[in-house]
Structure formats: structure tokens, C-alpha cells
Design a protein. Structure first.
Length: 365
């Protein structure tokens, strides 16, 4: 079991990474001095019940309530936040009680946002159940929900009190979900760590097969990258923007498809990374050698052809969603681009007409 400390201005907490460690949840919360009388477990319906039962048996609380959440981008909305708040109010939770989330990034975003606004904040424990949430969304304190205007536009920054990443839970995931998580690991290597990129190139098969030592190493290394960034820039004023590589494109692709099951978030990020890589090359920011290395890696995952999901008739819709992106500070669209493998540009601003032309001529040619 590995312990990775996260130290932000608003809160210090630990991430525990290991195999079958939720069986030690009672010991971990005791060690972390996280006490509570009441707990609300928000759990994703896709998580096998045995993990929920194990957590319930290991929680040191007098009242243990559960909330089954059918996790999807469509359901990540203010209505479900209201449902959680109602349970908390009806059962008179205090700020010393806890919401525990057992689920992926969507469930974690919803549960953390509810925790952040209930009586201005109660305790929050995250037990991420997907590879994507273990390496990305469970770290850094972003919480929020979607609305008709776009993704994660209603939200807050709210750090958890504890994160417990159990790699045994990952064994229940289909390969599609593993690839979604891999997208964020791949992104971390591109923005911060070329050594990690080269390791991924050599070990991609073992990672996707969840080989025990390899997967624990890769989760830890990926978390270290996000830790370094979040500790320096908790509220995304500067450096943290680099974590959005592929996301301006990716979020727009998701929204254009109305968050359908045809395209998961991690898949959208991979298509977004491909798009950002091509944009970086087009703007002469990224050299051809690194461009070819990245595109070759994406081809191993089969994420190089945007026409699989988007057609030319969708371009206006894609760009309209980009215009509402949180990172924009003017009437231009802001992209994260690449200087080289391991180094990103955080403020590449382009006009709407240039973006439309790029998507039509370079991505959908």
C-alpha cells in the first residue's frame, strides 16, 4: 500500500493506493483521525455490490445511509444534487458527518459538490472505482454538475478528506473503461513527464491488462504529476490549466453527441488529445518527431479518426460548445497545446473562424 500526501492551501489529505485496501477502511479512517456519527454512501450502480457491503461493514458510524446513483453525464445535474441534500437534511447531518462516494468521476463530482454546499461543507471521502477517477478526477478538488449550456459549469473547488484507491475494484471494469482511464494517464505524460510517456509506450499491454505491479506503479506516477500541479495551482489560475489538454475539444465532442453512450469521457479526451496534437503541429509548436510518436501511440488505441464520431454538419455545434468553455477569457477560444512531449502551452487563443477552419480542413478531411 502506497500513501501519497496532497497539500493544497485549503486542505491537506492523503491518497491511499493498493490492492484490496477498502477492507482496511476502518483502520485508515482511524489513522487519519476522520470521525463521524452519520455517513451517506453515494454509490454507482455499476460497482459490484460486494464492494458496497465491504465498505458498509468497515465504516465506523452509527447511521449508514446509501444512495444508488445511475451515473451518466445526463444524470450529473442539479436535480440529483438536490436529492442528496434532501437526504442530508431529513437525517439532520452535521458538518462533522460524511459523504462517501464509491464510484467513478461522475459520481465523485456529484457527491463532492453536494458535500461542498451542504451547510457550507461536510466531510468527504472518495473511493474511486474507475481507473479514470483513481488517476485524475479524485485528485484536486474539482466538484460540479452539468447543465444545458455545457459540462461542469455549476461547481466548486472542494478537497476531500481522504481518497482510497483500491486497484481490486478495477478488475470489475470492462476494457472500454480501462482505456478511458488510460486517457488521463497518457495526458499526464504528455504535459509533464516524457519518461512516463516512454514507459507507457513499452508497457501499454500490461497496463490495459491491469497487471498488478504495473498498474499500481502507473496510478502512483500519474497521481504524482497531478499532485505537483494541484499543489502549485489549486484554483486553476495558471499551471493547472495544462491538465485540460484535450478537454476543450473533448468536452465539445461529448456535448455535441448529447453525452450519449457512444462516447465516454475518457474516449472524448483521447479524441481531444489527438485534435490538440494536430493543432500543435499545425501551429508549428510541436516538432514532427514528437507528433509522430504521439499519433503512433494513439493509433495503438484506435483513436486517430475523428470522423467516427463527428461529421462536418456537427462543426458549428462543436464550436458553439467550445465558446462556453470555462477557460476562455475573451471572445477567442483557449486551447492547451504541446511544445514537446512533457511540456504544454496553457494559453493558445484562436478566433472562432480559425477553429472552424481547422476542424473542417485538418480533423475531418
Amino acid at each position: 500500500m502506497k500513501i501519497l500526501p496532497i497539500k493544497t492551501k485549503s486542505k491537506h489529505y492523503n491518497i491511499y493506493i493498493g490492492h484490496n485496501i477498502i477492507s482496511k477502511l476502518n483502520l485508515i479512517t482511524k489513522k487519519e483521525k476522520i470521525g463521524f456519527e452519520k455517513s451517506l454512501i453515494v454509490y454507482d450502480q455499476k460497482v459490484p455490490k460486494k464492494f458496497l457491503e465491504k465498505i458498509k461493514s468497515r465504516l465506523n458510524s452509527d447511521v449508514k445511509l446509501t444512495f444508488l446513483f445511475k451515473a451518466s453525464e445526463k444524470n450529473k445535474n442539479i436535480k440529483y444534487v438536490q436529492s442528496l441534500l434532501e437526504i442530508l437534511f431529513k437525517n439532520n447531518f452535521t458538518r462533522n458527518d460524511v459523504i462517501l462516494c464509491l464510484g467513478g468521476g461522475i459520481s465523485g463530482d456529484l457527491a463532492a459538490f453536494a458535500a461542498s454546499i451542504y451547510k457550507r461543507g461536510l466531510k468527504f471521502i472518495n473511493v474511486p472505482s474507475t481507473l479514470l477517477s483513481q488517476v485524475d478526477s479524485s485528485i484536486g478538488g474539482k466538484a460540479g454538475v452539468n447543465n444545458k449550456f455545457g459540462k461542469n459549469l455549476i461547481g466548486s473547488f472542494y478537497q476531500p478528506d481522504l481518497v482510497v484507491s483500491d486497484t481490486k475494484i478495477l478488475e470489475s471494469l470492462p476494457e472500454r473503461e480501462i482505456i478511458c482511464g488510460y486517457a488521463e494517464i497518457f495526458k499526464h505524460s504528455l504535459i509533464q513527464n516524457k519518461k512516463l510517456f516512454l514507459y507507457l509506450n513499452k508497457n501499454i499491454k500490461n497496463i490495459l491488462k491491469l497487471e498488478k505491479k504495473t498498474i499500481e506503479k502507473i496510478i502512483l506516477e500519474s497521481c504524482k504529476i497531478k499532485k505537483q500541479i494541484v499543489e502549485k495551482d489549486e484554483k486553476e489560475k495558471n499551471l493547472r490549466k495544462s491538465l485540460n489538454l484535450g478537454h476543450t475539444f473533448g468536452h465539445a465532442y461529448e456535448a455535441t453527441l448529447n453525452y450519449s453512450k457512444k462516447l465516454n469521457h475518457g474516449e472524448a479526451v483521447l479524441f481531444g488529445i489527438m485534435s490538440s496534437t494536430k493543432l500543435s503541429k499545425k501551429l508549428k509548436l510541436l516538432n514532427n518527431k514528437d507528433f509522430q510518436l504521439i499519433m503512433s501511440h494513439l493509433s495503438l488505441l484506435n483513436f486517430t479518426n475523428l470522423k467516427k464520431i463527428i461529421s462536418k454538419k456537427d462543426v458549428n455545434k462543436v464550436v458553439n460548445f467550445m465558446i462556453t468553455d470555462k477557460k476562455n477569457t475573451s471572445n477567442k477560444i483557449n486551447f492547451i497545446t504541446l511544445k514537446k512531449i512533457g511540456k504544454a502551452n496553457i494559453n493558445t487563443q484562436l478566433s472562432i473562424s480559425i477553429v472552424k477552419n481547422f476542424i473542417n480542413s485538418e480533423l475531418l478531411k
